[in-house]
Design a binder for this molecule. Structure first.
Ligand code: NAD
Length: 319
């Protein structure tokens, strides 16, 4: 069993820290059925991407005499949102991107927010604007997103940017699905004609994910809360993207042997650890590739936000 795990593990990713080399591993394809999936390591990919983006930001800053700028609007004091915003600002700082933050009280009015977005749209130092979601109940998030200049919509949520993706001319792309595509690229798989099942149809994950996969030539099924017999869809998928926000919804035994599994779900357990929408251990017994939670899609989302900010900066400066 140890040998079968080694067979599919990348030498520096083997979770059992094997000291054997690949040449000492088993050589029979029949063991393939007994293998554990290779881990799609989002943390490692994010770190490589951030390193190269940091070098690019330094070069662009020198060339244009200013750094890319990201404005982050936070309304209220939701603890999870505060953590996300802190991580985004710290990501900017490490990469040499200037971050401008507006931390506003929960009773901030819609009108005030629209005025602020209008100022940021006109500010030449600001290349990207994001409103941390969710916003308090009295605020309409869609009207805020639609007020952002699409060229500064680094979350990729504006209908213009979603429409560009749908029309096969992507501009700024939604960060989580874009990060999932980068992870899929790591497998070296050609997505043309592959059966891809996206579980979840939200505006920020499931729908743009389906559009990304369609753009890559896959045959795409989108499952959602009204889907009947979810299992039958997942069972025939070459690629499963789980984004329903339901812990353990995707059973390991549903995974087609050799499939690739991308788990977008994030759930905090009582012991403070994190888990996803997929039964990880059981799915890993059948999949060829699988993202862990944490350390899979999560680190890619912020990285793609920073990458989008650099893209927006370059577009603004005609670089
Ligand atoms: P959402 O609640 O807006 O949407 C969930 C979608 O899942 C809906 O379309 C719903 O119809 C569908 N759904 C619900 N139950 C289902 C079921 N039983 N079968 C099939 N479909 C079902 O959630 P969201 O904002 O899209 O986020 C989904 C998950 O992804 C959450 O756990 C969220 O925390 C996580 N998330 C992670 C990242 C990341 O960077 N890793 C980013 C965004 C969201």
């Amino acid at each position: 069993r140890h040998a079968s795990i080694l067979f599919l593990c990348h030498p520096d990713q083997c979770r059992f820290s094997c000291s054997l080399s690949l040449s000492e591993s088993i050589n029979t394809a029949t063991m393939r059925d007994m293998t554990t999936a290779r881990i799609l390591d989002g943390k490692a990919l994010a770190s490589r991407m951030r390193e190269s983006l940091t070098a690019e930001v330094a070069e662009l800053t020198e060339k244009h005499g200013r750094a890319p700028g990201l404005a982050v609007i936070l309304v209220g004091s939701d603890p999870a949102s505060q953590v996300y915003v802190r991580n985004k600002k710290s990501g900017c700082e490490k990469m040499g991107i200037a971050s401008f933050s507006d931390d506003l009280p929960a009773d901030t009015t819609q009108q005030h927010l629209l005025g602020l977005i209008s100022e940021l749209n006109a500010d030449p130092k600001v290349d990207g604007i994001l409103v941390q979601l969710p916003v308090p109940e009295h605020i309409n998030p869609d009207s805020l997103i639609e007020a952002i200049d699409p060229g500064k919509d680094v979350d990729g949520f504006h209908p213009y940017n979603v429409g560009r993706l749908a029309a096969r001319k992507p501009a700024l792309r939604s960060c989580t699905p874009f990060g999932c595509m980068k992870l899929l690229q790591e497998t070296g798989m050609d997505l043309h004609g592959k059966e891809c099942v996206v579980v979840g149809a939200s505006n920020i994950v499931g729908r743009p994910m389906a559009l990304e996969l369609l753009l890559a030539g896959a045959t795409v099924t989108v499952a959602h809360k009204f889907t009947q017999d979810l299992r039958s869809h997942v069972e025939r998928a070459d690629v499963v993207v789980a984004a329903a926000g339901k812990q353990g919804l995707i059973k390991g035994e549903w995974i087609k042997p050799g499939a690739t599994v991308i788990d977008v779900g994030i759930h905090r357990l009582a012991d403070n650890s994190l888990t996803g929408d997929v039964e990880f251990e059981a799915a890993a017994e059948r999949a060829a590739w699988i993202t862990p939670v944490p350390g899979g899609v999560g680190p890619m989302t912020i990285t793609m936000l920073l990458a989008n900010t650099v893209e927006a900066f370059k577009a603004h400066l005609g670089d």
